[in-house]
Design a protein around this ligand. Sequence first.
Ligand code: HEM
Length: 498
Amino acid sequence: MEQLIFWGSCLTVLTIFFGFLWLKTLEDLPPGPWGLPIVGYLPWIDPKEPQQTLARLAATYGRIFSLKMGSLFTVVLTDPALIREALAKDVFSDRADLFLTHGIMDGNGIVAANGPKWKEQRRFLSAFLKSAGMLKVGIKRDVMQNRILSGVNEACKMLADGNEKKPINALKVLIHTMGNVLNELLFGITYAVDDPQWRYLQELAIEGVKLIGVAGPLNFLPFLRFFPPYRNSIKYILEGKKKTHEEYKAISQRQDEGARSEKTEESLLSIFKKEMRSGKSENFNEEQMYHILADMFGAGVETSLTTLRWFLLFMAAYPKIQDEVYQELLSVMNDREDPLLNDFAQTPFTEACIAETQRIRPVVPLGIPHGTRHDTELGGYRIPQGAMILIPQFVLHTNPCAWDRPHSFDPNRFIDKNTGKMIRSHDHFMPFQCGKRVCLGDEMARMLLFLFGAGILRKFRVSLTEEYENDDDLQEMLKGENGITWAPKDHDLLFSRR
Ligand code: HEM
């Protein structure tokens, strides 16, 4: 009996001691909800609409809070000033240790890279995009404009070829045409619409992004990859990565064997290879080249394409707003059917509709996570090294203190009532994030969205099919679906020639 009391007392003292030590580790961390061992807060995160879970937590905990995603300590920032302060610093510029970035991409490419390698590759890509015409002014900008317009024209031709009473899934048209704008930029080639290899790459882009989400359990509990249904998803993603790299290798070999043109010489592939041959840096190697090309294609096409699909969907859902856009385009373009980048400054309502689409349906509603390089401090709290930093765009974009009726589609909120001009900067609007790692292609994204959006609406009236005449069905469809991006559910639209 005495022995039992002795061991019982020892156990109690040890429990209190270790409990105290554990509580000490939580001291000064941002507040937040408790979770369970191993899985953390994951069981409470709505897998279909994780952005809604974070919005609810933000309403309770405010501008900065923390939670465990699996065993990964996560800090969520919902205050624009804190976000700007953090993302301007080197210490917040890494990527968090997710299965997607570290397990599958192994820190290669640009999106998953960290430290000096990331800095070097970012500098190289930024210079490349500028030389390719991603500029606010200058002659080179026309090169980019023409490149995009050839995609817009092909898209409009494909939409016009359809019977205007027959609904069209715009995804198929846009992924081919917008994808080819990026193919030309990255490889100097475009694919024919029925090229089987291109069809496979498109399918991969459409299906692959559905399989793993930023807040998905696989990112935090990598052992799940051995169990169904995750096993099949990972198999598909890894197989896709391998086949994509094989296709890039084949393109590269064809060009080495003489299949060259002015366009291939100016492509990212060609410029990367020159850098590789110069031997200046070990980060310019073949493996990294395939990752960079895949990253640029994924980051450029998936985001812009999904935003454009949301835009067309909202235009179809709100025909009066669409008519206002059409009238504005007509007043600036008159008989000219192809939009130009210079029209952008004179079409504030069109620009406002694109911005409102990005506000209400940010394609990355939880943002692209960052990670901390070493222990640091933010907003008066301690942030440990290796923490994941989430910038939930959806929470910022729908904060009721910053936006009137945040869940209504209302482009006029971006129009200055006195001047009629577009309000370009808004504290709580960050579709491209900000700071050191801000989207590298933000200017090109604006060009793509305007030229494709205005080009299509100048030529076509876009409408919903009968399927969505009932408002409940429409609202259900507008909830979209979450993967790497938040995309509209599969749908068809009617395109009638103006
Ligand atoms: C509507 C379209 C787009 C949206 C909403 C978007 C949004 C974003 C966001 C939120 C990030 C993360 C920034 C961060 O980590 O702080 C990002 C990164 C990136 N974006 Fe975009 N993007 C778009 C289009 C493009 C285009 C057209 C390109 C290039 C052709 C591009 C290239 C990149 C790259 C390379 C990164 C990684 C930057 C890095 O890790 O340093 N994006 N984008």
